[in-house]
Design a binder for this molecule. Structure first.
Ligand SMILES: Nc1ncnc2c1ncn2[C@@H]1O[C@H](COP(=O)(O)OP(=O)(O)OP(=O)(O)O)[C@@H](O)[C@H]1O
Length: 307
């Protein structure tokens, strides 16, 4: 299937001389939830800004649903809804007027029934006549989302959508993302809450210093790069790891009560049986044990550290 967004050899150097993007190649699949992860300053907002026509591209090519973002700007932009990182709203207008007007900006015929549904979905209906100026920060963010969706885009960009929002709004936002996805909308998000990406995304991209260092299906990423940890609660605390166990990558907790062993769960030989036998030989007894899977957060942090 043709990708809904195709980015080829895209570069961006700001007037300051800073190269924010270095030859990015990235395809976004139609209907997926794609999470773009990376540290501060990696280039996420720059990349999104270029695709959405807010930041001038350097060299390279970007197609949105087959439309070139430079040569065919209006067509490309009409496919996209953007919820930017910063809140900015026209303060004096009402919620209803603002969202309705936003639809008009994209040349779409008025559809009050659609706008009503949108405001209801975002729990904004009872605020429809309020001035945006008078709304709380969370409500303002909901208005930003309503504006982004006002022209029924088939692609939605969410740049740090849940930074600083309360639990309720975050939950509403993710419920909305799921509903949109069910309707076939492609969603691209950046987040610093990696557990959100872990929960939501179909694919993960990691960007660092203007370069995409990884794009992978989330499930595959977690299986391929994830490791498991076995933690043993010891009967007697240890002062140090005995020399007889030196070849194992073991970690002893500061209080000497826990021994942790990290292993590759996909390897045929995890080494656990052998380790437990060796512990027995050393006279080390344990009263409990548990295993845990590494999180996407650990995987991404390790990836960024490894380069
Ligand atoms: N208008 C600008 N002029 C010059 N440099 C800029 C401009 N905008 C961004 N940069 C620089 O480009 C780099 C990438 O910034 P960008 O905002 O795209 O990163 P980001 O990954 O979105 O970061 P964050 O997670 O902090 O939002 C940074 O080093 C930033 O300082």
């Amino acid at each position: 299937m043709q990708p809904v967004i195709s980015i080829e050899q895209l570069t961006k150097t700001y007037a300051s001389g800073h190269q924010a993007l270095k030859s990015i190649d990235l395809d976004i699949r139609r209907g997926e939830i794609f999470a773009l992860l990376g540290p501060n300053g990696a280039g996420k907002t720059t990349l999104i800004g270029i695709v959405c026509g807010i930041v001038n591209p350097g060299t390279g090519r970007v197609l949105v649903d087959g439309h070139d973002i430079v040569a065919d700007y209006r067509q490309a932009r009409s496919k996209i809804g953007l919820v930017p990182q910063e809140l900015y709203n026209e303060g004096f207008e009402s919620v209803w007027t603002t969202v309705r007007f936003s639809r008009g900006l994209f040349g779409k015929a008025p559809d009050d029934a659609y706008i009503e549904k949108l405001l209801r979905d975002l729990s904004l209906w009872d605020k429809k006549d309020a001035r945006i100026l008078d709304l709380s920060g969370g409500m303002k963010r909901r208005v930003m989302i309503a504006k982004a969706l006002s022209h029924e885009p088939s692609i939605l960009f969410l740049d740090e959508p849940t930074a600083g929002v309360d639990v309720e709004l975050r939950r509403d936002m993710w419920a909305m993302v799921h509903r949109l996805r069910e309707r076939g909308v492609t969603i691209i998000l950046t987040t610093h809450y990696i557990e959100e990406a872990e929960e939501m995304a179909d694919r993960i991209g990691v960007i660092r210093q203007g370069e995409i260092i990884l794009v992978e299906d989330k499930e595959r990423l977690m299986v391929q790069l994830g490791s498991k940890r076995l933690t043993l609660q010891l009967q007697q605390p240890l002062a140090q790891i005995p020399a007889g166990l030196a070849e194992y990558p073991l970690l002893l907790s500061a209080d000497g009560q826990q021994l942790a062993y990290t292993f590759d769960a996909h390897h045929e030989r995890t080494g656990i049986a052998e380790l437990l036998r060796r512990l027995g030989e050393q006279g080390i007894d344990f009263k409990d044990l548990q295993t845990s899977q590494s999180s996407l957060e650990e995987i991404v942090v390790n990836l960024l550290r490894a380069r």
